[in-house]
Design a binder for this molecule. Structure first.
Ligand SMILES: Nc1ncnc2c1ncn2[C@@H]1O[C@H](COP(=O)(O)OP(=O)(O)OP(=O)(O)O)[C@@H](O)[C@H]1O
Ligand SMILES: [Mg+2]
Length: 335
């Protein structure tokens, strides 16, 4: 039975290639996609698609407000880091019903060095991290851009000469962090509008490319579930959040990144969530004013996902022609 689609709008911003997320929302609400690029593929999963001004344009928030009015939007959900702070400010001013944290948290988590300081202040585990001019406790380290995304310009340095070189080479504000030696995980959390964590679903990182996780396994690791809940509640997150963490052989858990939006492996929490409790469904229910009982740790595991590309042919007006190379392969097991 197809899920019933509620009579409310959800506005997804910066949709880019995140077709699966837009498509999941479109099953439960009127999905409105906004992206400045006329070729953003994920817009074709939405009921309505709009090219909006760029995020730094003063017309950005007014354009989103206009879309909210036109389509009865009760939840604005950003799909990139780029407009998180702008949406957080607009939310705090009562201008947009955005599922984002307070502006200070949005600002701090966009800067990986500020994230480190914030986690330290909150008593949450974070690897030793310094600015380039400061001395390093031990090597090897990772040199990373403070405002990096999509795993851009991240370099391992075995000594201070190499670290200095990479700081210079990447040509943007950098930070120097202990190289974590051990497996890496991500925890996908969802919080309500009061900052209560509703669920936290950890997964392994088998393969990632440009910020998207290609292969991974959802795991029932209680230490990670608990860490995810603690981080989401300490930061008073609203809506989805993804926490990246390593389990280092010497220092144990250390958080290397916090993104207060859907992370790079949307299928993982989708497959793992119990019936009726996928994150898009819960967001739509919260947008309708429903209060959701926290159910942290209730999910199915282990579940492994593996991802592949798909595409759309467009006509001269950039409308999908409906023609394709073939049907997606039948995913059912043979025999
Ligand atoms: N301190 C560290 N020790 C070891 N590896 C690290 C460390 N920091 C980052 N990495 C590696 O670099 C990848 C990207 O790091 P990070 O999340 O900090 O950057 P990002 O630009 O936000 O990338 P992404 O979009 O993939 O999350 C991590 O998934 C990890 O494999
Ligand atoms: Mg990251």
């Amino acid at each position: 039975m197809a899920p019933s689609k509620r009579d409310i709008g959800v506005l997804l911003t910066g949709v880019g290639k995140r077709y699966d997320i837009v498509s999941a929302f479109a099953q439960h609400a009127t999905a409105v996609a906004a992206d400045p690029s006329p070729l953003a593929p994920a817009q074709y999963a939405a009921d309505h698609r709009y090219a909006v001004p760029r995020i730094d344009d003063p017309g950005y928030v007014p354009a989103l407000r206009e879309l909210c009015e036109r389509h009865g939007v009760r939840a604005v959900v950003p799909l990139t880091d780029l407009d998180l702070e702008v949406l957080a400010v607009a939310r705090a001013a009562g201008e947009l019903p955005a599922f984002v944290p307070d502006p200070e948290i949005a600002r701090a988590t966009f800067d990986k060095y500020e994230t480190h300081l914030l986690l330290e202040r909150l008593g949450l585990p974070t690897p030793p991290t310094v600015l380039p001019a400061e001395s390093v406790e031990s090597f090897p380290v990772m040199v990373k851009p403070r405002w990096g995304s999509g795993a851009r310009s991240i370099h391992r340095a075995a000594d201070s000469r190499a670290a200095d070189f990479f700081v210079e080479y990447i040509g943007e504000p950098a930070m120097v962090q202990k190289l974590m030696d051990g497996p890496e995980f991500s925890i996908d959390t969802l919080s309500d509008l009061e900052g209560r964590c509703l669920n936290a679903i950890p997964r392994t990182m088998i393969e990632s490319r440009g910020g998207e996780s290609i292969k991974g396994t959802v795991i029932a690791d209680n230490e990670l579930v608990d860490l995810g809940r603690r981080v989401a509640e300490a930061l008073c997150v609203r809506g989805p959040c993804t926490i990246q963490v390593f389990r280092d052989k010497d220092i144990g858990l250390g958080i290397t990144d916090v993104n207060t939006r859907f992370g790079g492996a949307f299928p993982a929490p989708m497959y793992a969530a119990r019936e009726g409790r996928t994150y898009p469904e819960l967001i739509v229910r919260m947008a309708c004013g429903e209060s959701i009982e926290p159910h942290v740790g209730e999910f199915r595991a282990p579940i492994t996902f593996t991802r592949y590309y798909w595409q759309l042919e467009l006509d001269e007006e950039l409308r999908p022609t409906g023609r394709d190379i073939g049907e997606p392969p039948d995913p059912r097991p043979p025999g």
